[in-house]
Design a binder for this molecule. Structure first.
Ligand code: MN3
Length: 202
């Protein structure tokens, strides 16, 4: 079955008060994410080795294979964006107790976590992603990845939160100010309830 664009878990106008306007979501979900899905389906159609494989399998099997880079880029971006929409909420910003306790254990305090996440996103030169992951050692850490890569591909851990730092994610709302986008994202948009559920399921 062909891969499909998931429905957003909120209205396109729902994040406006949190710093991500309807036009951003309209273009980002309806055009950018859709383009990755369309391209990925085209690659799967033309390659019997990919038919019937899950998205996760395609991400892993195409990682670090130069001849499969276009497949990886689009499969990775489909996986990343499915997660990204869930990582934001119209009620975002509040950190539930169990996750807050874990953040304090592994980062020292919430501000240090937010600073690390922001630095990860600012430090990603060009397009990419910043992640909060739980590693195989059970510790939370911040990682970053270029373009369509992600912690599923690299094996760096299970993603609890992922933030898109491609310019298409913030240029309408924050112009060139990626640090302001990231600060707003961790303060107001991030769905920490989702992150805590991901952590509990890890
Ligand atoms: Mn994007």
């Amino acid at each position: 079955m062909a891969f499909e664009l998931p429905t957003l878990p909120y209205a396109k106008s729902a994040l406006g008060a949190k710093g991500m306007c309807e036009e951003t979501l309209d273009l980002h979900h309806g055009r950018h994410h859709q383009a990755y899905v369309t391209a990925l389906n085209g690659f799967v159609d033309g390659n019997d080795a990919l038919k019937g494989k899950s998205l996760e399998d395609i991400v892993k099997l195409s990682h670090n294979k130069p001849d499969m880079a276009p497949v990886f880029n689009n499969a990775g971006q489909h996986w990343n964006h499915i997660l990204f929409w869930q990582c934001m909420s119209p009620h975002g910003g509040g950190i539930p107790g169990a996750l807050e306790k874990k953040i304090k254990e592994d980062f020292g305090d919430v501000t240090k976590f937010k600073d690390a996440f922001k630095a990860g996103g600012v430090g990603q030169f060009g397009s990419g992603w910043v992640w909060l992951v739980v590693g195989s050692d059970g510790k939370l850490k911040v990682t970053r990845s270029p373009n369509g890569s992600n912690p599923l591909a690299t094996g760096e851990g299970k993603a609890l939160l992922g933030c898109d730092v491609w310019e298409h994610s913030y240029y309408l709302d924050f112009r060139n100010r990626r640090p302001d986008y990231l600060q707003n994202w961790v303060d107001k948009l991030a769905n920490y309830e989702f992150a805590e559920a991901q952590l509990k399921a890890a």
